[in-house]
Design a protein around this ligand. Structure first.
Ligand SMILES: O=C([C@H](O)CO)[C@H](O)[C@H](O)COP(=O)(O)O
Length: 210
């Protein structure tokens, strides 16, 4: 059993709301992707929070510095999860964890471009990170990379922490990701690029929850 997260990666405010309206009933978590949150800002989070009280919301801030200062306003505005980069300083990561704990929310550490992902995972879990994000970014996907080997390495640590997996996951690979130990399955393009995003989201969630 894993939760599903849909990545909203459009830059357009109204198109993002319209897509969220279609998929929200069919996923557990709505993600405001990095380009989207940079383009639209906290107002988009406030709007989604008001419209979708039944979904958790993740803001993919990919914070690199000023962890507590940058993330706290988003937790305060209703984000359930904020993302900090694993390549950032441990002080930055601890700052996001501190802000999350202040609001009873969660901090996710994204391992994108981290060289030693096992060592980083142990370090940030010891620091109190709630979710480890195994993430093959869009540019890395374009170069042919996938998240599967990293998932096996991190799940094999058995640290009892949530593991989120993103990077081109689709219905055909969702069961593999779930069975390999992901507790959160992220899908962006597989849903927003589908002819029927609601049906695609429902299909992936049925597999994740299975
Ligand atoms: O986080 C993402 C990307 O790096 C842009 O910030 C995506 O939202 C994430 O990779 C999920 O999207 P897909 O890979 O298209 O499933």
């Amino acid at each position: 059993m894993a939760l599903t997260q849909m990545a909203l990666d459009s830059l357009d405010f109204d198109a993002t709301i319209a897509l969220a309206e279609k998929v929200a009933p069919h996923v557990d978590i709505l993600e405001i992707g990095t380009p989207c949150i940079k383009h639209n800002g906290i107002k988009l989070l406030e709007t989604l929070r008001a419209k979708f009280p039944n979904n958790k919301i993740l803001v993919d801030l990919k914070t690199m510095d000023a962890g507590e200062y940058e993330s706290e306003p988003f937790y305060k505005a209703g984000a359930d999860i904020a993302v900090v980069l694993g390549v950032s300083d441990i002080g930055t990561i601890k700052g996001v964890i501190k802000a999350a704990n202040k609001y009873g929310k969660k901090a996710q550490v994204d391992l994108i471009s981290v060289e030693d992902k096992v060592a980083k995972t142990k370090e940030v879990v010891a620091a109190g990170a709630h979710i480890i994000g195994i993430h093959t970014g869009l540019d890395q996907q374009a170069a042919g990379q996938t998240p599967f080997a990293d998932l096996a390495a991190i799940a094999g640590l058995n640290l009892g922490v949530d593991i989120s997996v993103a990077g081109g996951v689709k219905a055909a690979t969702a069961a593999q990701v779930r069975d390999a130990g992901a507790t959160i399955i992220v899908a962006g393009a597989a849903i927003y690029g589908a002819a029927d995003p609601a049906a695609s989201a429902a299909e992936i969630t049925a597999i994740a929850h299975g």
